[in-house]
Design a protein around this ligand. Structure first.
Ligand code: SIN
Ligand code: CO
Length: 385
């Protein structure tokens, strides 16, 4: 990580605990996208975008927008927030490389936030950790107290804003500065003049989300015949009562269902799933690779051109070690068959770019060849022609 941040200190003292301001973390990140391009992205159907008007009512409008919407905007007093700009602009996705010290399954996306001036986010807190990188202009960030279910929210506006906010720290971010804001810390960003910033967000799945996913998975595997029996059979003398023995049996039954559940698969599929699956690329049929010979020819070509294979910016490719020593790959919410070697999983998942020579040793294995062909034909990896 640039900015001379010691990662041991970061994890011991800051991560999910305290904010951290790093001046000049990444100078020269001002040219990655123009405001007009960002507005163009906000007009696309599959891209999540919002306009926040920092007037009294903190009005919120959801995209997709029309070009004419932008022509009617006032000169000041609004922000345009566009999610997952890293999926659209590889140079913005490359910002994630500075945060590879955090597990990829936590990485959510990079949001861009633009204001022509006078745009504010309003005082709020989020349930995810965020690194804010100032790209152009400057923005003032006020940080407040640790929030949670006890915090009172305003009910008179479209945004989830805090009823009370008092700043305990203030930072003025200049281009290239980075501010880490831990989840649940109150914050308020104000851009008086024109500015653009990126929010590199890391998710924390809630217990409720996880339990819902796990119970869906278990429920889908269960048959109609699997049912709770009354504790017995024996005659009851108090037929109006729900007896403790039945409840104890219920508890044991639920524990068994969770113990028997393949949590590896449920969690792997969940954290590798895409927020917007419809945004995945479609590969032309004539580009599809049919066998090992065609794969080898492609890699030889790329080798000559010194071009790597690149992972699609929106793809989520993760792996985990199974208890039997095999390594399981998860791709965009699906468990891949069959298992792969740990070395191949690491090569494909831990990096954005993979060189043909790094893949060469794996081509002797038919399972690996099959997987690589599948990844290429599904647009998970691509190459520049
Ligand atoms: C913004 O950049 O305007 C909002 C980001 C945030 O506060 O989470
Ligand atoms: Co926020």
């Amino acid at each position: 990580m640039p900015g001379e941040l010691d990662l041991d200190i970061f994890f011991a003292d800051y991560w999910q605990q305290r904010p951290l301001y790093i001046p000049q973390f990444l100078p020269n990140c001002d040219k990655l996208i123009e405001a007009e391009e960002l507005a163009g992205l906000a007009c696309e159907e599959e891209i999540e975008s919002r306009l926040v008007f920092s007037d009294e009512n903190w009005r919120l409008q959801h995209g997709p927008f029309q070009e004419s919407d932008f022509l009617q905007l006032p000169a000041r007093g609004w922000s345009l927030l566009v999610q997952s700009v890293n999926h659209q602009v590889p140079e913005i996705h490359a910002l994630y490389d500075y945060f590879r010290f955090l597990p990829q399954w936590r990485f959510d996306d990079i949001m861009a936030s633009y204001t022509p001036g006078g745009g504010c986010s309003g005082p709020h807190f989020d349930y995810y950790d965020v690194f804010i990188l100032q790209a152009t202009g400057q923005r003032e960030w006020q940080l407040g107290e640790h929030c949670g279910p006890h915090s009172t929210l305003r009910h008179d506006c479209d945004l989830c804003l805090l009823e009370n906010f008092s700043a305990t720290e203030t930072y003025i971010l200049q281009p290239g500065d980075l501010l880490y804001i831990p989840q649940q810390l109150a914050h308020w960003g104000k851009g008086d003049a024109e500015s653009l910033s990126y929010s590199i967000g890391f998710r924390s799945p809630s217990d409720a989300e996880l339990l819902a996913v796990i119970s869906d998975h278990i429920g889908n595997e269960l048959g109609e015949h699997q049912r709770l029996q009354e504790n017995g059979p024996q005659p009851t003398t108090a037929n109006g009562a729900i007896d403790a023995a039945t409840l104890a049996q219920l508890r044991t039954r639920l524990h068994t269902l969770i113990d028997d559940c393949d949590l590896n698969t449920v969690f792997g599929e969940y954290v590798s799933s895409l927020a917007h699956p419809e945004g995945l690329p479609e590969l032309d049929d004539d580009l599809k690779i049919n066998d090992r010979i065609e794969l080898q020819a492609l890699l030889d070509d790329l080798q000559t051109q010194q071009q790597p294979l690149l992972k699609d910016e929106s793809a989520r490719l993760l792996y985990l070690a199974e208890s039997d020593g095999n390594t399981r790959l998860f791709c965009n919410g699906q468990r891949c068959e069959p298992t792969v070697t740990a070395a191949l999983a690491q090569l494909l998942c831990d990096h954005h770019a993979v060189s043909p020579s790094q893949l060469q040793p794996f081509l002797l294995d038919s399972g690996a060849v099959e997987l690589l062909i599948w990844l290429l034909n599904h647009g998970i990896f691509y190459w520049h022609e």
